[in-house]
Write a protein that binds this ligand. Structure first.
Ligand SMILES: Cc1ncc(COP(=O)(O)O)c(C=O)c1O
Length: 422
């Protein structure tokens, strides 16, 4: 049972108070997008009322707007432990940013160069790289072990060579929850002279991220998956960002991050991201004190964010153990991914499963009718459901826990599933 009680934070999330099917709606749809605390809504409203302006003006609203945008870049640098806020670029979402960067990186590639993607990844970390085959770049696909849905690192090793320019891998799978050993993969990629591009979209709400400790080259995430508004953020090593030739208009700045922040950004979203990061820092202050010793050398907001995500990870793991115990006891339920509790450090609290007597879509609909919000299908992790041989039959049901979910919600969902399995 969870030792931390996060339930008081629920009062900060207006959406969590929503009634459906005679009870508070159960939001197990976090892997598709999390709910936002009131302070994120307030920050966006405040932005639009008080400081709504374009970049670089002499007047008050523009100066205040620019200060908020600068603070949002600082906040994301703190969350990712980036050396500098100049290494943070905002964009509309992870998919658009990854296409933008695959085009810019593609300008450096030559026929015969190689790129590696994985079958465990969301298509947003595959399609932008697969598209480079148009430039006669060879793109290899690394397999995963179907039994526990972990990446086949031997397959990765076998495909890395002196022609490999980039490895694109997810921090965690949005379909089955596997966390990949990014630091190890970074070492393998760098030993071959390749860059590592990490998709941290699914991992971000579940644990601390440290781009310096991971030693990756680029990392991309989406604030709407970690309690912020719809937007995307990319971090890259400054020297690489500086060297890449961005697709940009001539009057826009030539230095990072300006050269990658094409057009006018969603400033109100950046105001919301800043508030989301501050929400997490507050979580760290309130719930994460016990974890301070795990992060020597960190102080201020960077430490608070580490503490927050360590507390979130501890809480979610206990809640998920209870959930998986219940799921595995349901007759006719097939579970995909790591189910050995001793190995839950290698996964997020995102459960993928099927019932033998109903399609995933029917299960998701029946749960929706009971006020439980889950997804069914492939969630754009198409290569995963294809590899598991279940794409044709509707993929999986995905129930993802976040720190704002409770034991009572897990028990209610399990009760609904037991009823459906009968
Ligand atoms: C692991 C993963 N990568 C990438 C994406 C795409 O993110 P975005 O919607 O910001 O383009 C998602 C969205 O679900 C995801 O879960």
């Amino acid at each position: 049972m969870p030792s931390i009680d996060f339930s008081p934070v629920r009062a900060q999330f207006p959406a969590l108070q929503m009634q459906d099917a005679g009870r508070q709606a159960v939001f197990f749809d976090g892997p598709g997008g999390t709910q936002v605390p009131q302070r994120v809504i307030d920050a966006m409203t405040h932005y639009l009322i008080e400081t709504n302006a374009n970049h670089g003006g002499a007047f008050r609203t523009s100066r205040q707007s620019d200060a908020i945008l600068a603070a949002a870049h600082e906040a994301m640098a703190d969350l990712l432990n980036a050396p500098s806020a100049r290494e943070i670029a905002f964009g509309p979402n992870m998919t658009s940013l990854t296409f933008q960067f695959s085009r810019a990186i593609g300008r450096l590639l030559e026929p015969g160069d190689e790129i590696i993607v994985t079958r465990l990844d969301h298509d947003a970390n595959r399609a932008p790289w697969l598209a480079l085959a148009e430039r006669a770049v060879t793109v290899h696909e690394i397999d995963f072990n179907a039994a526990d849905c972990t990446l086949d690192l031997q397959d990765l090793s076998a495909h890395l060579n002196s022609h490999t320019r980039l490895v694109a891998v997810g921090y965690a799978s949005n379909a089955v929850g596997t966390i990949n050993p990014i630091a190890q993969i970074a070492q393998m990629a760098h030993a071959a002279g390749a860059w590592l591009w990490v998709d941290a979209v699914h991992y971000a709400p579940h644990g601390p991220i440290d781009v310096q400790a991971l030693d990756c080259d680029f990392l991309v995430c989406s604030p709407y998956k970690f309690f912020g508004p719809h937007s995307g953020v990319v971090w890259g090593r400054y020297d690489l960002l500086e060297a890449l030739r961005a697709y940009k208009v001539r009057p826009a700045g030539d230095l990072p991050p300006d050269k990658f922040e094409t057009g006018t950004q969603s400033h109100e979203a950046q105001a919301g991201v800043l508030a989301a990061v501050d929400y997490l820092a507050d979580l760290g202050r309130t719930y994460g004190g016990a974890y301070a010793a795990n992060f020597p050398g960190f102080s201020g907001r960077r430490l608070q964010l580490k503490q927050a995500m360590a507390a979130v990870r501890t809480y979610e793991r206990a809640l998920f153990e209870h959930f998986v115990d219940g799921l595995l006891a349901i007759p006719g339920l097939s579970f995909y991914g790591i189910c050995d509790k001793a190995r839950f450090g290698e996964r997020t609290p995102t459960a993928a499963f099927r019932l033998s007597n109903r399609s995933p879509e029917q299960v998701a609909q029946a749960l929706a009718d009971r006020g439980v919000y889950v997804w069914s299908g492939n969630f754009y992790a198409l290569a995963v459901t294809e590899r598991l041989g279940i794409e044709e039959t509707g993929g999986v049901v995905r129930a993802g826990l976040a720190h704002y979910n409770t034991l009572e919600e897990v028990d209610y969902c399990l009760g609904c599933l037991r009823e459906l399995a009968e």
